[in-house]
Design a protein around this ligand. Structure first.
Ligand SMILES: Nc1ncnc2c1ncn2[C@@H]1O[C@H](COP(=O)(O)OP(=O)(O)OP(=O)(O)O)[C@@H](O)[C@H]1O
Ligand SMILES: [Mg+2]
Length: 387
């Protein structure tokens, strides 16, 4: 099927000329002669590429570009800015607004054709699953305080030992214990980003807010400031942020806290795997069962869900894992043994357990779980390319 190109220009002659040139190359053409129409057609016509004039009345090309980049459904469409402006500053502004390439008028048809082809090839390569190596792993708890953050930190640290391009993001605004336990108590990077409008959450802005732990693990953190709890975060902004994290890191882990909420439900859509932590008691298991049901209804298949039973205390009153599996009607992916002292000491040293005491039983459990998650990614990728 021919690739579709949306050409945006307020000058009708320009539209015709470029349209004809590209049509001859075999592309399907759609046109818009102002910014609003361009935004509308970017949605309805689903183009593979947009060629965008800068100087237009009402809404200029920079603004159109920013809005396209700020909308998750048009964010990935490649854009070539096409304009009579020839100043270097204009070019910089174009790239800053999110353009993929820049052409100045008048241009030779062969030049136009080769730029279009190059941008389309690059974009196809970025979108094909084999080249999108990024993996998003979400963590939620059946309830609060049962070890979800500890689990996400240690899986992230285990992955970071294999691949330093690993980051962990704390979505518990106003209750961020993740930073505290790794020695970054007052980092407000997550809130700084999520208080911006979706279009202002750029990949550069996200990169600037990342902190690096001495282990190499990169972190996007929430603090304990109550102000953060009051932020009215748009789920689309959170989704945009995760997309940028995927562009910046191979492994993206999200600590989403207990239960489901607007953000975690939205983020589920772009997640490769979700890990649900449970405790071996009836209350937590019953909550977990309800959460699982919801998750599966939202459309995440059971094969992408991990259940991890965290035993924080040694007790004979606990429900054995076989019974827990029956209650949940789902296999347990891993069990984490009680390690209260080690958990305390590692947090005191601001280090993940897997690095603080790598030979401990729990460190091995975390590492093995991380390996299993990666193995599952490979098998899911194998299935999707085979089908
Ligand atoms: N395997 C374990 N054995 C003993 N204690 C543990 C274990 N894992 C975590 N803990 C401890 O349990 C407490 C809660 O852990 P954590 O903060 O990870 O839970 P959470 O579910 O993320 O909590 P919140 O709901 O506040 O986000 C911490 O003090 C942590 O050190
Ligand atoms: Mg937590």
């Amino acid at each position: 099927m021919a690739e579709k190109i949306l050409i945006v220009d307020d000058d009708v002659d320009s539209l015709k000329l470029i349209g004809m040139m590209l049509n001859r190359q075999g592309y399907e053409i759609a046109v818009a002669n102002n910014g609003q129409q361009a935004l509308a057609k970017a949605h309805t016509d689903d183009p593979d590429l947009i060629i965008l004039d800068i100087m237009m009345p009402d809404m200029d090309g920079y603004e159109v570009c920013r809005q396209l980049r700020g909308d998750p459904s048009t964010q990935a469409i490649p854009i070539i800015m096409f304009t009579a402006k020839i100043m270097v500053d204009d070019k910089v502004a174009g790239f800053e607004a999110g353009a993929d390439d820049y052409l100045t008028k008048p241009t030779h048809p062969a030049e136009l054709a080769s730029r279009v082809k190059a941008v389309l090839t690059r974009s196809a390569a970025q979108q094909s699953p084999q080249n999108d190596q990024a993996v998003t792993l979400g963590f939620i708890g059946a309830k609060g305080g049962i070890g979800t953050t500890t689990l996400s930190i240690n899986v992230a640290a285990a992955l970071a030992q294999q691949d330093t391009s690993t980051c962990l993001a704390d979505f518990r605004l106003g209750q961020g214990t993740l930073g505290l336990s790794l020695g970054f108590g007052r980092s407000t990077g997550m809130a700084n980003l999520l208080s911006r409008s979706t279009s202002d959450i750029t990949v550069q802005a996200v990169e600037q807010e990342l902190m690096t732990h001495s282990s190499g693990l990169r972190l996007l953190l929430s603090s304990a400031r109550p102000k953060e709890t009051l932020l009215n975060v748009s789920p689309d902004s959170a989704a945009m942020l995760v997309r940028h994290l995927r562009a910046l890191s191979h492994n993206v882990l999200l600590d989403l806290g207990p239960g489901l909420n607007r953000l975690s439900v939205r983020l589920l859509q772009d997640m490769d795997q979700l890990t649900l932590t449970v405790e071996p008691d009836r209350l937590a298991l019953s909550l977990a069962r309800d959460i699982l049901r919801e998750i599966e209804q939202i459309g995440m298949p059971g094969s992408r869900i991990n259940i991890v039973l965290v035993n924080r205390t040694q007790s004979s009153m606990q429900i054995p894992w076989q019974e827990a599996e029956q209650i949940l009607n789902h296999e347990m992916t891993a069990i984490i043994s009680p390690a209260p002292e080690l958990a305390f000491q590692a947090a005191d040293a601001r280090f993940p357990i897997v690095l603080f005491q790598p030979s401990s039983v729990v460190a091995n459990q975390f590492t093995k779980l991380a390996e299993e998650m990666m193995a599952r990614m490979r098998s899911l990728a194998g299935n999707s390319t085979g089908s």
